[in-house]
Design a protein around this ligand. Structure first.
Ligand code: ADP
Length: 471
């Protein structure tokens, strides 16, 4: 996988750009809410990331009056930082390149990555709809190619995948301005239920005023909880203290809380995609510290190793989070730096370089003698953490950078059926309530294939909206 997040600065620039129409050929944003804001619609959508925008477009396209509330000053959510591309199977691109990635491959890869915990019916739906989703993106004017290495990846011909996608979705949404109102800085706080049916939601608008928006159907598209460390720790204490380097601010699990409050069933809440090596909105491959013969080490603030760096990434993240300040330092030599991944980490994590280990330690604020002793031990393959294969930190110059493990994707969320209707704890439909996107649980089980996430935004955003308007 080579999903690379863009820096938070770039993200904010893109958000502002999309909002103000200042990015290259950015769409005119959907007009702001009228002075007298409407308080009812056919469909209320909560959240304006990929899933919410797709649902909004689809509902409006099918004739519904739609209000979409987005709590941030701009749409996009974590969809905006989807860096690489979309996963789809049996597309024209695969056929043209004679590089098959079949529906069967797609299904198998999705199930296996999720440790076979995912809901097979939902996965089948995702896979069977992936070519249509891909073709739909083309109708928005987006252009893609197959990744040169991995046939499951469909990547943009140019530009940043998530930014281009959000731009195109915003442009399409703007064409339905008479039907689809996007209300920014408006946060949904509670679902309103009457006689067991969801009939709207309480929202707080940008002036802090509370109101209820009623609707025949409500679609939750609030994304995950990557920016809610306490909530992550509640669902999986292994990740207590997790950092938030890999998310946009709006991903605070609101939809899960709102659904939970009315008795929705949650699934797979303990599973997250954690990145042990991450900083400044980027994540880095663990190969930097675990490659046999080459990989460097991780040390804590005491300049000591504390872990077998070759352990599984989820466990590695957890071990780093137990160290002082929930972080560690990556220390590598020039051979690792010479690799693409090594150089990238030192660059993006604003690492330091030194001719000696002692000088490197000083620059990192670590005790020089301890770091030297730690590295000598490691180079002599003396290890008390069970590391079986070793790299080395031997060839000057040396490099070091901070890493702060962060959540990259929330696997868990509200349970849905194949019509994207939210289910209660007994598996019964909660009338009037739908969910799409990262807020959904059960679609991935324990792990996600990169690129399936924006695919599911499209597939389930459309399914939810169509069902909500009776199509
Ligand atoms: P997905 O890929 O599932 O669409 P995203 O993270 O891209 O997920 O988008 C989710 C969007 O929902 C974000 O823009 C986020 O700010 C928004 N959001 C989250 N909670 C609320 C809420 N309570 N009210 C309104 N918008 C919300």
């Amino acid at each position: 996988m080579k999903k690379i997040a863009v820096s938070m600065l770039l993200i904010m620039t893109m958000i502002v750009g999309i909002l103000t129409g200042c990015t290259n050929s950015a769409p005119t944003p959907t007009p702001a809410a009228p002075a007298e804001a409407k308080t009812s619609a056919d469909v209320l959508i909560i959240g304006g990331g990929g899933a919410g925008l797709v649902a909004g477009i689809t509902a409006a396209e099918n004739g519904a009056n739609v209000i979409l509330v987005e709590k941030m000053p701009a749409v996009g959510g974590n969809t905006l930082i989807s860096a690489t591309g979309i996963t789809a199977s049996d597309t024209k691109l695969h056929e043209a390149a004679a590089r098959p990635f079949t529906k069967e491959d797609h299904f198998k890869k999705t199930m296996e990555t999720g440790k076979n915990l995912a809901d097979e019916k939902l996965v089948k739906l995702l896979v069977d709809s992936s070519n249509d989703a891909y073709e739909w993106l083309l109708t928005l004017g987006l252009k893609y190619k197959l990744d040169p290495k991995d046939a499951f990846w469909i990547i943009p011909e140019e530009g940043h995948y998530g930014a281009e996608l959000v731009k195109a979705l915003s442009a399409k949404a703007a064409t339905f301005a008479d039907k689809l109102e996007i209300r920014l800085e408006t946060k949904a706080t509670e679902l309103v239920v009457e006689n067991g049916k969801v009939v709207g939601a309480k929202v707080t608008n940008k002036d802090g005023k509370e109101q209820v928006i009623t609707a025949k159907s409500v679609i939750l598209a609030t994304g995950g909880l990557n920016n809610a460390p306490e909530m992550i720790a509640e669902f999986n204490p292994k990740y207590a203290g997790v950092n938030v380097e890999m998310t946009t601010p709006g991903a605070t699990g609101d939809g899960i809380r709102m659904a939970q409050a009315i008795g929705a069933q949650l699934k797979d809440m303990e599973h997250f995609q954690m990145r042990p090596l991450s900083l400044n909105g980027y994540w880095f491959k663990e190969v930097i510290v675990n490659e046999e013969g080459k990989g460097g080490i991780l040390v804590n603030k005491d300049a000591k190793r504390f872990v077998d760096e070759t352990m599984k990434s989820l466990d590695l993240a957890s071990e780093i989070l137990k160290q002082q300040d929930r972080m560690a330092y990556v220390v590598i030599d020039s051979d690792v730096f010479a690799t693409k991944d090594g150089a990238k980490m030192i660059d993006k994590a604003k690492g330091v370089k030194a001719d000696t280990i002692e000088d490197l330690a000083k620059q990192l604020g670590l005790d020089p003698a301890t770091l030297k002793a730690t590295i000598d031990e490691y180079n002599a393959k003396n290890d008390t953490f069970g590391r079986k294969t070793f790299g080395k930190v031997a060839t000057a110059p040396f490099y070091g950078a901070i890493t702060k493990p962060s959540s990259h994707y929330t696997m868990g969320g509200v349970a849905i059926n194949e019509s994207a209707q939210v289910l209660d704890k007994d598996g019964k439909v909660i009338e009037g309530l739908y969910a799409a996107g990262e807020v959904v649980g059960g679609l991935y089980g324990a792990g996600r294939v990169a690129g399936n996430n924006t695919l599911d935004d499209i597939v389930f955003g459309k399914i939810a909206a169509k069902h909500a308007v009776g199509k």
